[in-house]
Ligand binder design. Structure first.
Ligand SMILES: NC(=O)c1ccc[n+]([C@@H]2O[C@H](COP(=O)([O-])OP(=O)(O)OC[C@H]3O[C@@H](n4cnc5c(N)ncnc54)[C@H](OP(=O)(O)O)[C@@H]3O)[C@@H](O)[C@H]2O)c1
Length: 436
């Protein structure tokens, strides 16, 4: 029989997302009840500080200073975890809630990337729902798309702009010719970047999301530790400019693919800045937006774009999960029983095959370019293009080159040799090219 009793919800964390979820549940209560087939009722909440002004009415709700007590509240059917953090209180709350046979919805990517399989196992054993649509790309329904709409497909590869902060910074650098630090300051001023932006700009946040997407796409447990991660701190205005001249834009991409290596399947997962063609769908993703390109065997290519963060978009995804839980439509967190998830050997980054962009600051003297191309020739790396740009009012030049496909290992050896040429004045800037 369909359960029509109110679904009693406890929200842990009333920050940006928690407040958004609370407000939408209140403002659209009637509509959401129709869609869920039963009332959705927040009965208890928890935060660090009750007296904080949050613009929401806490009257008639039970307030818990201690989230463990929220998890133990016998009235509650579903815990919504919106605290954040891979370990500590959020992790303890989620384990406790699932073990107490409460369903769980969270937006916490770090937690799922590191403990998703363990939590999914607990949810399965206790026959409760566990969903995390908002953990990847905020409002874009990418998890539902992979689990449900693409169920008939093998996913061959995926590539995404999964961090709005980095995309905002790179868009500002491209469109307004800002340098990295002033674009970052602007992002902080607008609330798009934290005071400590390390998680975003170093690529960790995008890697958390990639680990989750890979698990869903390839049927493996999330493997965050094996992801190659490089952030955007070293991208400079000249790189943006020269990439543009060559027909590319620079984006921080999170990429995963299943590849064959020596007859065995390997999973390549990497997060790093890339030159991508200006005509690519991902190149049209501007500002804080996110975009994801999936390549599937039956469907072919699918591209999704939308708001990857913020109160409204993230709350929208959280509430979709709440409605599924209320309506009894929940699916297994990773789309199959946890024990059937297969570990896949991680590909070594040194085996990565790709094309490369290299920018060198050199003294403007004859023979420097010849020395560079000789090294590339010795390493059997073939050149695709070469630009030489004299720098005004100095006896230096920028040499910018792109290569055809080679391996990362070969390219790094060539770069190390090029760095030793006496007329190369600073460490070479290498960026990978994705013809995506
Ligand atoms: N913000 C986004 O756009 C976005 C997008 C996608 C996913 N997410 C994810 O959503 C989650 C929440 O993010 P957010 O931006 O809403 O964070 P936030 O604004 O920092 O809010 C965190 C909330 O957690 C509460 N909290 C922290 N430690 C606690 C504890 N020990 N016990 C009880 N409450 C505690 C805080 O309480 P006080 O208010 O009392 O300090 C605050 O209300 C994170 O996992 C984040 O990665 C966020």
């Amino acid at each position: 029989m369909v359960d029509q009793s109110p679904l009693k919800i406890g929200i842990a964390g009333l920050g940006t997302v928690g407040r958004g979820v609370f407000k939408i549940l209140e403002q659209k209560a009637k509509l959401l009840e129709l869609r869920a087939g039963r009332p959705l009722m927040v009965t208890a909440v928890s935060g660090r500080e009750k007296s904080k002004s949050r613009g929401i009415n806490l009257k008639n709700l039970t307030w818990y200073d201690n989230i463990e007590h929220l998890a133990g509240d016998p009235e509650i059917d579903l815990i919504v975890e919106l605290i954040g953090g891979a370990s500590g209180p959020a992790y303890e709350l989620c384990k406790r809630a699932l073990k107490a046979k409460k369903s769980l919805v969270t937006a916490n990517k770090a937690l799922i990337a590191l403990h998703g399989a363990e939590l999914a196992g607990i949810a399965e054993n206790h026959h409760v729902g566990f969903a995390f649509e908002a953990a990847v790309a905020g409002g874009i329904p990418i998890i539902k798309t992979i689990k449900e709409s693409l169920a008939a497909n093998n996913i061959i590869s995926l590539a995404g702009i999964l961090n709005g902060t980095c995309n905002f910074i790179l868009t500002k650098m491209q469109e307004e010719k800002k340098d990295f630090s002033s674009a970052l300051k602007e992002a902080q001023g607008l609330g798009y970047a934290e005071a400590d932006p390390s998680f975003d700009i170093e690529g960790t946040d995008a890697a958390h999301k990639l680990a989750i997407l890979s698990a869903l796409a390839f049927g493996c447990p999330p493997n965050f530790e094996s992801i190659y991660i490089e952030g955007i701190k070293n991208i400079t205005p000249p790189d943006i400019e020269y990439a543009g001249e060559l027909g590319y834009v620079i984006k921080l991409l999170a990429i995963a693919s299943l590849d064959e290596h020596e007859g065995k399947q390997e999973l390549e997962q990497r997060v790093h800045p890339c030159l991508i063609p200006k005509s690519s769908d991902l190149a049209q993703v501007h500002g804080v937006l996110n975009g994801i390109l999936l390549e599937c065997d039956s469907l072919g290519k699918l591209f999704l774009e939308g708001a990857g963060a913020g109160e409204g978009p993230t709350a929208s995804a959280v509430i979709a999960d709440i409605i599924d839980t209320a309506a009894g439509r929940g699916s297994l967190p990773f789309n199959m029983p946890v024990k059937l998830l297969q570990k896949i050997k991680p590909a070594k980054m040194s085996d990565h095959q790709g094309a490369y962009y290299l920018r060198l600051k050199v003294s403007d003297e004859p023979g420097v370019v010849a020395a560079v191309t000789t090294i590339l020739k010795d390493k059997r790396i073939s050149l695709d293009s070469l630009l030489q740009k004299p720098v005004k009012s100095s006896a230096t030049a920028q040499v910018v080159l792109t290569t055809h496909q080679t391996t990362e290992e070969t390219m790094l050896k060539a770069v190390a040799a090029i760095a030793k040429i006496p007329h190369v004045l600073e460490p070479p800037h290498m960026i990978r090219i994705e013809e995506i």
